[in-house]
Design a protein around this ligand. Sequence first.
Ligand SMILES: Nc1ncnc2c1ncn2[C@@H]1O[C@H](COP(=O)(O)OP(=O)(O)OP(=O)(O)O)[C@@H](O)[C@H]1O
Ligand SMILES: [Mg+2]
Length: 257
Amino acid sequence: MSEERILETRELSIHFGGLKAVDKVDMWVLRGHVHGIIGPNGAGKTTLFNALTGFLQPTGGRIFFKGVDITGFPSHRAAELGLCRSFQNIKLFKTMTAIENVRVGFHYRLRTTLLDAIFRTRRFREDERLTLERGRELLETMRLGQYADFKAAKLPYGTQRRLEIARALASDPELLLLDEPAAGMNPAETAELSACIRRISAGGRTIVVIEHDMRLIMEICDRITVLNQGLKICEGDAETVRHDPGVIQAYLGRSAG
Ligand SMILES: Nc1ncnc2c1ncn2[C@@H]1O[C@H](COP(=O)(O)OP(=O)(O)OP(=O)(O)O)[C@@H](O)[C@H]1O
Ligand SMILES: [Mg+2]
């Protein structure tokens, strides 16, 4: 396993008025890892993702991706560098089919211009063929091949969530960030998702996953960062995190209150 820090934050802070949603967080993700981010509701997990992917400007601190300071980069520039995310709530094109949704995800990688499309140039036709071929491969990776021509809205919930990941993969990201991919899934859907995440990871991509499903997190993650009320309270492998008194307290404190 490489020791390269593909992603690193230094004293990253995101404040909303007086609320410190993320408070001076130092964390890093090693290339090739599946890295988990956990913490009770409101811990700052999604806010952290929003800053990492350029959907929010940090209040302070820096973000490095592959050694490049990407603090404040807009989301499309982060995506061009190879950093791509899925959302906590489904954001598919509901009336488009599964394969069409995935093909939309290719647009960062394509060379086709509007003129190519109008005149249906050879480049346009080549890109069309390529996106169809690669799109079908990605659907297979996520075990969605049989749904290629189904409208997204008609697919079962867990299947839609896997389709979102297939679409995110279309931009060929080196680092994929998943925000609660298992939320709302039944155990069978979660098991399928777990196998898909392992397959993506085995393909050489780095994955950062936010999840409340502890079983899934403990099963798939090499390292885990725990946030609570904007602060990093623990980091380590599943065993370390599972037995950390601060982590146990953060979760118990919530359920008791
Ligand atoms: N745009 C915003 N404006 C103001 N406050 C916000 C905004 N986005 C998030 N917050 C607040 O920041 C804190 C962290 O929210 P965030 O969504 O990052 O938590 P989370 O860890 O993802 O929680 P969950 O597990 O429920 O998804 C919460 O108190 C939330 O209310
Ligand atoms: Mg969240």
